[in-house]
Design a protein around this ligand. Structure first.
Ligand code: AMP
Length: 214
C-alpha cells in the first residue's frame, strides 16, 4: 500500500503516518525528518536545506525529488510505504508518479488531514521536539512524562525554529500556495480521501483505518 499524507504543517499528518506505518508494517518516510537528520549531522544537504527551512520556505524540488525516488526503491518498500511531507509541490508529485509509472505502480491513497489555519497556529506553538532523536510532542495533546524531557531518550525538548509563530504563518502561506493544489491533483487521479484532523488523534486514526480497511 502506497500512501501519501497531505495536510497543512501541524495538521497531525506525521503522527498519523507513524501510526499507519506501525499498523501496516511499512516504512514511514518523512522528508522533514530526513532533512533534520542531515542538519544534525552537518551534511551538505542539511546545510542547504536549513537555509530554507528556517525561513518557513520549501527546500527546492531538485534537493528532495531524487532523495525520495531513491528511498522508495529500497527493499523495505516492496510492500508499500507512507510518505509524510512529500510531495509538497506539483512537480514533486509528477516526479513521483513518473518514477512509479516506470515500474508499473501508482499511489493508492492520498490522505488529506483537514485542519483550519486557526487551529494550526495554536497547535504549533505548543509543539516540542527532542534535540537528540527528533521525537515530537505537544505540551497539551502529547505531553511527556517529565516536562521538557524526551520520553524516548531523556534529551532536552525545544520549540523548533520552523514551529515559531512567525515561521508558522509563512509555512501556512507556502502550504496554501504550493501544496494545496495537490488536493485537486490527487482528486483527479481518484485517490484522494479526506479525514477531519480537528478531532482526537485516535479518532482521526479510526477514520483512516476505516478508509484503508483493517
Ligand atoms: P515537515 O517536518 O514535513 O513539516 O518539514 C519541515 C520543513 O522541511 C518544511 O517546512 C520544508 O522547509 C522542508 N521540507 C520537508 N519536506 C519537503 C518537501 N517535500 N519539499 C520541500 N521542502 C520540504
Amino acid at each position: 500500500m502506497k500512501i501519501i499524507m497531505l495536510g497543512a504543517p501541524g495538521a497531525g499528518k506525521g503522527t498519523q503516518a507513524k501510526k499507519i506505518a506501525d499498523k501496516w508494517q511499512i516504512p514511514h518516510i518523512s522528508t522533514g525528518d530526513i532533512f533534520r537528520a542531515n542538519i544534525k549531522n552537518g551534511t551538505e544537504l542539511g546545510n542547504k536545506a536549513k537555509e530554507y527551512m528556517d525561513k518557513g520556505l520549501l527546500v527546492p524540488d531538485e534537493l528532495v525529488v531524487d532523495l525520495v525516488v531513491d528511498r522508495v526503491k529500497q527493499e523495505d518498500c516492496v510492500n508499500g510505504y507512507v510518505l509524510d511531507g512529500f510531495p509538497r509541490t506539483i512537480p514533486q508529485a509528477e516526479a513521483l508518479d513518473a518514477a512509479l509509472n516506470a515500474i508499473g505502480e501508482k499511489v493508492d491513497y492520498a490522505i488529506n488531514v483537514e485542519v483550519p489555519d486557526e487551529n494550526i497556529i495554536n497547535r504549533m506553538s505548543g509543539r516540542r521536539a527532542c534535540v537528540a532523536c527528533g521525537a515530537t510532542y505537544h505540551i497539551v495533546h502529547i505531553p511527556t512524562k517529565v516536562e521538557g524531557v524526551c520520553d524516548r531518550c531523556n534529551a532536552q525538548l525545544i520549540l523548533r525554529d520552523d514551529d515559531k509563530p512567525e515561521t508558522v504563518k509563512k509555512r501556512l502561506d507556502v502550504y496554501h500556495e504550493q501544496t494545496q493544489p495537490l488536493i485537486d491533483y490527487y482528486t483527479e487521479k481518484g485517490v484522494l480521501v479526506e479525514v477531519d484532523g480537528t478531532v482526537e488523534m485516535e479518532e482521526v486514526f479510526g477514520a483512516i483505518v476505516k478508509i484503508l480497511g483493517e
